[in-house]
Design a protein around this ligand. Structure first.
Ligand code: BES
Ligand code: MN
Ligand code: ZN
Length: 486
């Protein structure tokens, strides 16, 4: 979407928009607007939109009022984001190609404008790449936004919002593309193209490299696939030289059939988005690089395809992880933790991070527990957990904390190896987290975010339609801003 600033209203306007606070509809509007809004029960609540047509200078203009909620609301920016999102939802495929925002006539500062434009752009995203017969009427039409009378500082606010939106959109694309388009090698290629010129340093490990490093757990998952596995590290050095980095790790199972412990057919297509954790980490790295975050941050994603085959690993197999710990693979469908344990171990050894946080669509049990309202967070460190919860709350990528205890940990002791990859039926998300914790060294602050219910939406949400949400990108970005950049 092309967003530009102007000093005066353009001559030819197809859609003029104005933000109004709750209960504060401007008195100088045409009666058709002020009385029409009242009749339609529009009061300026956050996310409400009222549309009318007015005659100005002899021309009929479509005018939309977007409600921003109460002027003194605690979450003012969140409300403005909702206002932008509501405009996006209503107009992105409405036939209107240019939206003119009368910022001068709206109660917003630069930060508020940034939030509104972020909501507008994120909600206007839809992936139509693979449609060739879509009717013209259904196609996306909105391509341009002209902001008139933008407040001081809007350039920076817009650039910041654009960096974040670029990251979220990149993640959504990765998550949306099916497994014949996004697989480990092509994921890396898409990342290489996206990071071109950003200053992010990429390190790519192929099967051979990982074999040499002893990543038997990650490689075991990829064994049944014709596709090669990859580990991709993305390093952004925007902070002080020599300052230890924070590392984000993502589960990147580009398709999860379950392997030999195969999943049932119904709904299996959803497992194209079993790389949502790696998508979030990659999109967040892109957002932070684009806005030149003043922090040392590294993203590490383990990319594999989980398939059944003559070469695939079998239930009961014992594999040796890079850490040296041996794992009894009870269920080949509990593959995410096998990928993550080697990625986590490698990342700690390679970078000695001050903190390490992983994102993964790890367990169906997480969806049973929290649905699609919160991701689950598990941590060995209260401060880290608190900061992640706060970051998530502030951007709307919500988290809820779950426990880790020695009693849960015991449930994954194996009779034949150091650890087994599944516990009993109960507490499936917790035992998965306990598994990961066994690969954290030196009491390092670590958190695991199980985002199985958050990556894909079956109904439109705050800043997304049905489909890929981009969950996690803004959470990571906000965490880095608030804890590393102050
Ligand atoms: N990728 C799945 C978890 C998942 C399921 C994510 C549904 C999103 C939607 C994961 O690899 C998996 O299969 N987990 C198993 C673990 C079980 C075998 C212990 C599960 O949750 O059933
Ligand atoms: Mn699985
Ligand atoms: Zn999986």
């Amino acid at each position: 979407m092309n967003i530009t600033f102007a000093d005066t209203l353009p001559d030819d306007i197809s859609l003029l928009t104005q933000v109004v606070d709750h209960g504060a509809i401007p008195g100088d509007l045409e009666r058709t607007v002020s009385e029409g809004a009242a009749a339609a029960r529009f009061r300026g609540g956050a996310g409400q939109v009222f549309e009318s047509f007015v005659e100005r200078d002899g021309k009929v203009v479509r005018l939309a009022l977007a409600g921003a909620g109460k002027a003194d609301a605690a979450d003012r920016l969140g409300n403005l984001e909702k206002a932008g999102s509501a405009l996006g939802a209503k107009y992105f495929a409405s036939g209107v190609d240019t939206l003119v925002l009368d910022a001068g006539g709206s109660p917003i500062d630069a930060a508020g404008l940034g939030a509104l434009l972020l909501g507008l752009r994120l909600r206007s995203w839809r992936y139509d790449e693979h449609r060739t017969t879509m009717k013209k009427d259904q196609k996306r039409s909105l391509v341009k936004v002209v902001v008139v009378g933008a407040p001081e500082g809007s350039d920076a606010a817009l650039a910041d919002a654009a960096a974040v939106a670029d990251g979220v959109e990149f993640t959504r694309m990765l998550v949306t593309e099916p497994a014949n388009k996004v697989y480990p090698v092509s994921f890396v290629e898409k990342a290489q193209a996206a990071f071109e010129g950003t200053g992010v340093e990429l390190t790519i490990l192929d099967d051979n490299d990982m074999e040499k490093l002893g990543m038997g757990a990650l490689l075991g998952v990829g064994r049944g696939s014709e596709r090669e596995s990859r580990l991709l590290a993305m390093r952004w050095n925007g902070g002080d030289a020599g300052e230890r980095p924070t590392v984000f790790v993502g589960k990147g199972v580009t398709f999860d059939t379950g392997g030999i412990s195969m999943k049932p057919a119904a709904g299996m297509e959803d497992m194209k988005w079993d790389m949502g954790g790696s998508g979030a980490v990659t999109g967040a790295m892109l957002a932070m690089a684009k806005r030149k975050a003043k922090a040392n941050v590294i993203g590490v994603v383990g990319l594999v395809e989980n398939m059944p085959d003559g070469r695939a690993q079998l239930p009961g197999d014992v594999v040796t992880s890079m850490s040296g710990q041996t794992i009894e693979v009870i269920n080949t469908d509990a593959e995410g933790r096998l990928v993550l344990c080697d990625a986590l171990h490698w990342a700690q050894k390679e970078y000695d991070p001050v903190a390490i946080v992983d994102f993964a669509t790890l367990t169906g049990a997480m969806i049973i527990a929290l649905g699609s309202e919160h991701g689950g967070v598990f941590s060995n460190d209260d401060e880290l957990a608190g900061k992640l919860l706060a970051a998530g709350k502030s951007v709307g990528d919500k988290l809820w904390r779950f426990p880790l205890t020695p009693e849960y940990d015991k449930l994954i002791d194996s009779p034949i190896a150091d650890i087994k990859n599944v516990g009993p039926r109960g507490a499936g998300s917790i035992t998965a987290a306990q598994f990961l914790q066994r690969f954290i060294t030196d009491d390092r602050p670590w958190a695991h975010c199980d985002i199985a219910g958050m990556v894909w939406a079956d109904k439109p949400g705050r800043t997304w339609g049905k489909g890929a949400t981009g969950y996690g990108v803004r959470l990571i970005d906000r965490y880095v801003r608030d804890t590393l950049e102050n």
